[in-house]
Design a protein around this ligand. Structure first.
Ligand code: AMP
Ligand code: DBH
Length: 548
């Protein structure tokens, strides 16, 4: 069953043929991949969840996925159905997504930081039949969130909770319990999805009022994993530490947990990203590779100087999600004793890595080059005209693992893709003579807060809902640690009682938005600067630096 074409544009047949002929699309699926790995090396450790002291072998992960899939099928979850998955870094994350892959149902990857507004939107927009979350994590009760979401998303038939205390909902344990006993013949309905079918919906950081959903197929995503494993030298002996939220595209696929499972290696889940939690795990589990956003890489580099933990197993540190400064990049190897790999990727597809044998200068001054010879790169001016070699301009890309359109967003797709299928990344880059990309800036209306992407328009819409707010503009401003933080410039309504900036922040938070989207600073102004043609100039707003 191929739902791709109906819900989102996919690759024209001539491209699909070329990608298959090149051996990039291999005709595999995630469900079968895990099945094969479990058959080949059942006793090898697949997933380590230190928070709950669990270690699952490939056999156990495979069996759990089967049993959960059977339980989900019994509850009416069918191929093509969407299931919003919001889990912290716990072992169940893998059990759940592989169960859904087996059925051909599509996980929608939410982040633990998301709240009522985002989760409610994902559930209603995707017409999700189920929402899977944790009971509690980092002091936050997700069951309360689930109660609110269920009241607002009429199509949501099931709320399933990982862990022992599901409250008013059903636990994953209960779903698994009434399913086939382990060792029973596999359900013939499993592993039916075709390689070209959608595997899941990933989230875009976006630049519009609501987040966009990214439809990825088994074929295209698996190809990006094979390519990433080769470039990052992930093999059966690798141990990958998931430090960032597991559902994010970077720790999922670059090469991430899924690359690691594809290699038959071991994934270790880090419950929190601090050095205090991560360093002892690196020492204990012999972690060889991990990935961090720049602010965390800075923190780890500093902490490594005085740590008593043995970090010598660490071979590769990937840093990406936001621009890593050259100065910070230079400090990685001396401090952590491992090779830095810069990664410039996007959930829409294209991923660039510096190579392990690149000269140090290339590693610290560029954001890498594409995974695949099939990745087409164009650098263009504002009118889509190709720029001369080495010039800085807009990055457009097309290729064997870059989507041709967002899910159910035809109007947005007309703007975000060229007529011949190139994705407009919104990034401003230049190409070095060696084919490496240097990220010079951004043209999209987005703030990159230490790797967490914030669509200005989304936050502006929430500010506009405040009774005292007449107009609002959200821009990024430099921050020494995060790279950028958010500043909201607000014009108050005439005659309105002026709120305090902190009350405006609280207002945004209480609308049920992820905390990272709440403006770091709120500044009241009388007017906004305008461009020559009368549009508000965010560029000028960014360059004004008024005090609170
Ligand atoms: P998303 O489309 O939400 O997955 O976010 C991907 C975006 O993150 C890219 O288009 C870039 O704007 C940004 N990004 C990712 N990695 C890097 C990097 N290494 N340097 C600069 N920006 C990056
Ligand atoms: O920021 C990203 O989205 C990102 C960064 C590095 C990504 O999706 C990836 C690698 O795969």
């Amino acid at each position: 069953m191929n739902t791709a074409q109906a819900d989102a544009p996919t690759w024209p047949e001539e491209f699909a043929e070329r990608y298959r002929a090149a051996g990039w699309w291999r005709g595999e699926t995630f469900g079968r991949m895990l099945r094969e790995r479990a058959a080949a090396h059942p006793e090898r450790t697949a997933v380590v969840d230190p928070a709950s002291d669990r270690r699952w072998s490939y056999r156990e992960l495979d069996e759990r996925a089967d049993r959960l899939a059977a339980g989900l099928l019994a509850r009416g979850i069918a191929p093509g159905d969407r299931v919003v998955v919001q889990l912290p870094n716990v072992a169940e994350f893998f059990e759940v997504i592989f169960a859904l892959f087996r059925i051909g149902a599509l996980p929608v990857f939410a982040l633990p930081a998301h709240r009522e507004t985002e989760i409610g939107y994902f559930c209603s927009f995707t017409e999700a039949v189920a929402y899977v979350t944790a009971a509690e994590h980092d002091g936050y009760d997700y069951r309360g969130l689930a109660t609110t979401v269920r009241a607002t998303a009429p199509g949501l038939r099931h709320v399933l909770i990982a862990g022992t205390d599901p409250g008013p909902f059903e636990s994953l344990d209960a779903v698994r319990a009434d399913a086939v006993p382990p060792g029973a013949a596999f359900d013939p309905r499993f592993d039916q999805p075709a390689p070209g079918d959608l595997a899941f919906l990933q989230l875009s950081g976006g630049s519009t009022g609501v987040p966009k959903l990214i439809p990825r197929t088994h074929d295209d995503y698996l190809y990006s994993l094979y390519g990433s494993n080769e470039i990052c030298e992930v093999d059966a002996d690798s141990v990958y530490l998931v430090v960032l939220p597991a559902a994010h595209n970077f720790p999922l696929s670059s090469p991430g947990s899924l690359g690691t499972l594809l290699a038959g290696a071991t994934v270790v889940l880090c419950p929190r990203p601090s050095p205090e939690v991560a360093f002892p795990l690196i020492a204990r589990e012999g972690v060889t590779i991990t990935g961090l956003v720049p602010p965390l890489a800075l923190l780890w580099t500093e902490a490594a100087a005085t740590t008593g933990h043995d970090l010598s197993s660490l071979e590769v540190l990937l840093v990406g999600g936001a621009k890593f400064s050259e100065e910070a990049a230079r400090r990685v190897r001396p401090a952590l004793g491992c090779t830095l790999q810069q990664v410039f990727g996007m959930a829409e597809g294209l991923v660039n890595y510096t190579r392990l044998d690149d000269p140090e200068e290339t590693v610290v001054t560029t954001q890498g080059r594409p995974i695949s010879p099939g990745d087409e790169i164009r650098i263009v001016d504002d009118e889509d005209r190709d720029l001369p070699a080495g010039a800085t301009g807009h990055l457009l890309t097309r290729g064997p693992y870059t989507i041709r359109g967002y899910w159910r967003a035809p109007e947005h797709n007309a703007r975000s893709f060229t007529a011949d299928g190139f994705y407009r990344t919104g990034d401003v880059v230049r190409l070095t003579p060696t084919g490496h990309l240097v990220v010079e800036g951004r043209a999209k209306d987005q703030i990159n807060r230490g790797g967490e992407k914030i669509a200005a328009e989304e936050v502006e819409n929430h500010l506009l809902a405040h009774p005292a707010v007449h107009d609002a503009n959200v821009v990024g401003e430099p921050d020494p640690y995060l790279g950028e933080r958010t500043c909201a410039y607000v014009i108050l309504r005439a005659g309105a009682e002026p709120p305090r900036p902190v009350a405006v922040k609280r207002f945004v938070r209480e609308r049920g938005l992820a905390a990272y989207k709440v403006p770091d600073r709120v500044v009241f102004v009388e007017t906004f600067p305008h461009t020559g043609v009368g549009k508000i100039s965010k560029k000028e707003l960014r360059s004004t630096a008024p005090t609170d």
